[in-house]
Design a protein around this ligand. Structure first.
Ligand code: ABN
Ligand code: CU
Length: 659
């Protein structure tokens, strides 16, 4: 590799771009393409090197270092994908997108503010809110939610434009919770590049604005309940994990932490030290999008179908946990280098949080005949981040356990989208207060698991349980059979969960056998499996096609990265998983990606308001024929267990930093 550019500060090909690399990438593109002042940088991230390069890498070896830079010229609406080779400080590829086909670049943070200004200044919109009883002074406090436009056919006046919808909420003072005061029946359609409202949709009903305050900031909540005694979690001897740059080792696990603006946290090269062997399990794991289609026919809501990953960016909107952490114990934070819309690098302080947690019983037995009593406590490593996408807050928590289990838990909290009740009308949603309801909706997460169980060639099998008919071999009617099929091609593997047959899926390595003669594998334990309720022909169904199945399996192809496709913003639909599997490639004994859709159908209720308690959704991957025995038999027990000690005494404070 020639000309090692001074900006390159990484130690491994998968390290996220450093601050210097981000700055260099933006400058190289800006200079090479003479970008004007209205050019923006919706994406700047590591262009991950090929899998073969990563797997062949050994410390000290040269490796490639490229940045993917998406440029949006607000003056013309032109959008360009570029690749910058940081080693030679050159733009090595530059391609204009036909955004009517590809979809628009994701919504940028500056467009959140821009949308408020554009709408608040629009004379027609001002007149419309005044008809609903607001004054000029009130308007400065009105909250405008910056909604992705969606797609509802090729209407001529919308074609080729970068659009957004603005929905309004009254606030008496700027710090009020606007979601308690929805302004119904009024939607502004904004051209973000022309910076103007191009359509104002007003149902003319002038529905009264709910005015009861439902604030949740500490002063508004008043005196808290009392009686809670301190609960301390301490690790007086320090933490069990070790961190080297972006690499983490803990209790036989080994992986690298990554982070992208769209997906947020990524786990790379997840492997397990099994005796002398380092056994790969997952090459790359992430949540590639989260789509939320709403169930409503109302003007303010019928078009709502947010892709919080692909349209907004789960990583880009990550919380900095500087202000107080969400986790207890000895925390190790990762600061994540990031970039703003102008191409200026900054550090997302404490964006990723990692710590250990006690998790109760791992294994236990009391041998009543001999009095032998053994139990081992379970501990898990938690790697997480939280993001806020306007009203909702999502936590993404990866857990690794000592028994080889891998888990992803998404935590859904924040504030529901609200609507004002029209007196005397029945609405499609759940009432949360006397004059407010929450339109029903679904949350669909698309996890992408590039599997590598004991090697690069894997297969996926599906098992259903069937009760065996009474007869020979089942005289008493108690026998059931497990029927297992191996998926051959991609179109065979677009599957739905089936509670009645107890269906499950395993990723196996058909080229290896364990001591019992079985192929080592990991079982996908699917937990929350809503199905897409929007009609198959609907725009929502087309645009969030990934949500029509719970499991998809694709042959690995580096360009197939997101369940909902590359650019869901204003995309007409059909991209992502439904397009990938149309190729119907062979998936038996191949380099495979397992995709899992999971989520939650949300019928709102008063308990969700003003801020909803966390709803947990996710999945597990459990070793199945992978280990020769319970891999946690060697855990220390009794007094040596190093596990939590409970006491009634006082302890030291929680939430301190791990070194
Ligand atoms: N949570 C989706 C969203 C984005 C922008 C504005 C409102 C809601
Ligand atoms: Cu919800």
């Amino acid at each position: 590799m020639k000309n090692d550019h001074s900006a390159v500060l990484s130690a491994h090909p998968l390290d996220p771009l450093s601050i210097a690399e981000i700055e260099a990438a933006c400058k190289i593109v800006r200079d090479a393409k003479a970008l004007g002042p209205r050019c923006r940088f919706p994406y700047v991230y590591l262009d991950e090197p090929s899998k073969s390069e990563v797997l062949a890498f050994k410390p000290g070896m040269p490796y490639s270092r490229k940045a993917f830079v998406l440029v949006l010229d607000k003056a013309t609406g032109a959008t360009y994908e570029s690749l910058v080779d940081l080693r030679v400080a050159e733009v090595v590829s530059w391609r204009a997108l036909d955004t009517e086909v590809t979809g628009q670049a994701p919504i940028m943070v500056e467009e959140f503010d821009l949308c408020v200004k554009i709408v608040q200044e629009d004379p027609e919109w001002r007149a419309a809110v005044k008809r609903r009883g607001l004054t000029d002074e009130d308007i400065a406090n009105v909250q405008i939610d910056p909604w992705s436009f969606g797609y509802f056919g090729d209407e001529e006046r919308y074609r080729g434009r970068r659009l957004m919808r603005g929905v309004a909420f009254y606030r008496d003072v700027i710090t009020d919770n606007g979601y308690a005061h929805p302004i119904e029946g009024l939607v502004a359609i904004i051209d973000l590049n022309e910076e103007k409202v191009i359509d104002l949709l007003d149902d003319g009903r002038n529905v009264p604005i709910p005015k009861t305050k439902r604030n949740y900031d500490t002063p508004s909540l008043g005196a808290p309940r009392d009686g809670l005694k301190p609960l301390h979690i301490t690790q007086p001897e320090g933490v069990t994990f070790s961190v080297d740059g972006w690499r983490v080792s803990w209790q036989n696990w080994d992986f690298r932490v990554g982070f992208t603006p769209r997906e947020g946290l990524v786990l790379h090269n997840l492997s397990y030290h099994d005796g002398e062997e380092v056994r790969p399990i997952i090459y790359r794991a992430s949540v590639t999008d989260m789509g939320v289609p709403y169930s409503s026919d109302e003007l303010n809501h019928f078009w709502k179908c947010a892709f919080d990953g692909g349209e907004y960016g789960l990583g880009r909107l990550a919380n900095s946990l500087e202000l107080g952490c969400d986790c207890l114990g000895a925390i190790r934070y990762f600061d994540v280098p990031a970039v703003n819309d102008l191409g200026e690098a900054f550090v997302m302080k404490n964006a990723i949080c990692m710590h250990e947690e006690d998790y109760g019983t791992l294994w236990k037995h009391y041998e009543f005949r001999t009095g032998v009593f053994e139990m081992r406590r379970s501990r898990r490593l938690v790697i997480s981040f939280f993001c806020t996408v306007a009203n909702y807050d999502y936590g993404f928590f990866w857990y690794l356990y000592q028994d080889g289990t891998i888990q992803l838990e998404a935590k859904l909290t924040g504030i529901i989208q609200t609507a004002a009740l029209v007196p005397g009308e029945v609405q499609n949603g759940g009432k949360v207060a006397a004059d407010i309801y929450g339109p029903s909706h679904q949350h669909f997460f698309s996890a992408r698991l590039h599997m590598m169980v004991d090697g690069e060639q894997n297969s996926v099998v599906e098992t259903d349980f069937h009760p065996r008919p009474v007869g020979e071999g089942n005289r008493y009617g108690n026998v059931f059979d497990a029927v297992t099929t191996t998926f051959k091609n991609e179109l065979d593997a677009c599957r739905e969960a089936n509670g009645q047959t107890g269906r499950f899926w395993k990723i196996i390595n058909p080229n290896v056998r364990n001591a019992a003669g079985n192929h080592p594998g990991y079982k996908l334990v699917a937990e929350q499996n809503p199905v897409m309720l929007a009609q198959p022909g609907s725009y929502f169904h087309q645009r969030a096609g990934f949500a029509s199945k719970h499991v998809w399996v694709t042959r690995y192809s580096p360009g197939e990265r997101y369940g909902s496709g590359e650019y869901p913003n204003q995309h007409k639909g059909g991209d992502g998983l439904p397009a990938y599997v149309k190729q119907n490639r062979s998936i038996e004994n191949q380099d495979l990606v397992l995709w899992h859709t999971f989520g939650h159908t949300h019928i709102c209720k008063p308990e969700d308001f003003p801020v909803m308690p966390v709803e947990y959704v996710g999945f597990k991957l459990k070793p199945n024929n992978f280990f020769a025995a319970n891999p946690a038999m060697d855990l220390p027990g009794g007094k040596d267990s190093k596990s939590v000690s409970a006491s009634g005494g006082s302890g030291s404070s929680c939430c301190h930093s791990a070194k």
